[in-house]
Design a protein around this ligand. Structure first.
Ligand code: PEP
Length: 252
């Protein structure tokens, strides 16, 4: 049975103390609220990872927001998968639209990052999603298919089993514009069918597919009740412990 996941993406927010304090609050607040096959993940800036990794419990895991594709070496300012792994993180967000748009991350580069992530025993939270223009032009299925094919479909079925997908329509990220539950479900079902066609119906059934894009305590319930939406990747609302908790509690 696939996992339900609520993952926070803090982006480039919170100084060290604020981050550690928010993470402690989250751990305390969610400890009695995380049900059976649910997992809560916090993807923080790298500076927090060591300290929050020490505070993480079985119910709350930590993740990075990026890694470099190389093992180690002369890449000033970058962080390796091995370094992320060494501070107890379990996940890495890859393919976020902000990294694709502002840092020029291509599908080919992301495929390399996926490989490095898996090689170090970390699990990618791989983001895909169309821009406003691509949606308006009705090209969103093609865009998503291409991102899947180039970013993760080169993996073996065994490797793919460690991947969490996140459908994040770019027009919904940080904009307050959420995809309707029907729009999101339509794409999630398409993603699951694409996985079934590439791997197997069983692999598709076991893959966790998150929705991300202005998800908040008011809309999470309706979104997460859709058949193919297995939780959320939460940006803005993950910075407030109460809002994040309310989203986690949707699965209760
Ligand atoms: C995100 O950055 O992954 C995200 C979904 O952001 P927000 O919830 O703020 O739209």
């Amino acid at each position: 049975m696939r996992k339900n996941i609520v993952a926070g993406n803090w982006k480039m927010n919170l100084d060290y103390e604020q981050g550690v304090s928010l993470f402690s609050e989250i751990v305390n607040m969610v400890k009695d609220e995380v049900v059976g096959n649910q997992e809560v993940i916090v993807c923080s800036p790298a500076i927090h990872l060591y300290s929050i990794g020490k505070l993480a419990t079985g119910k709350v895991s930590t993740g990075a927001q990026n890694i470099h594709q190389a093992e180690s070496g002369a890449y000033t300012g970058e962080i390796s998968a091995a370094q992320v792994k060494s501070v107890g993180a379990e996940y890495v967000i890859l393919g976020h639209s902000e990294r694709r748009a502002y840092f020029g991350e291509t599908d080919a580069l992301l495929a390399e990052k996926v490989n490095t992530t898996l090689k170090h025993g970390l699990k990618p939270i791989f983001c895909i999603g169309e821009t406003k223009e691509e949606r308006e032009e009705g090209r969103f299925f093609d865009v998503i298919k291409e991102q899947l094919e180039k970013g993760v479909f080169h993996l073996s079925a065994e490797e793919f089993a460690s991947v969490v997908l996140a459908y994040e329509p770019v027009w919904a990220i940080g904009t307050g514009l959420t995809a309707t539950p029907e729009q999101a479900q339509e794409v999630h079902a398409f993603i699951r069918q694409s996985i079934a066609a590439k791997y197997s119906a069983e692999t598709a059934e076991n893959t966790t597919i998150l929705y991300g894009g202005s998800c908040n305590p008011k809309n999470a319930d309706e979104l997460f009740s859709q058949a193919d939406i297995d939780g959320g990747l939460i940006g803005g609302a993950s910075l407030k412990s109460r809002d994040f908790l309310d989203i986690v509690k949707v699965f209760n």
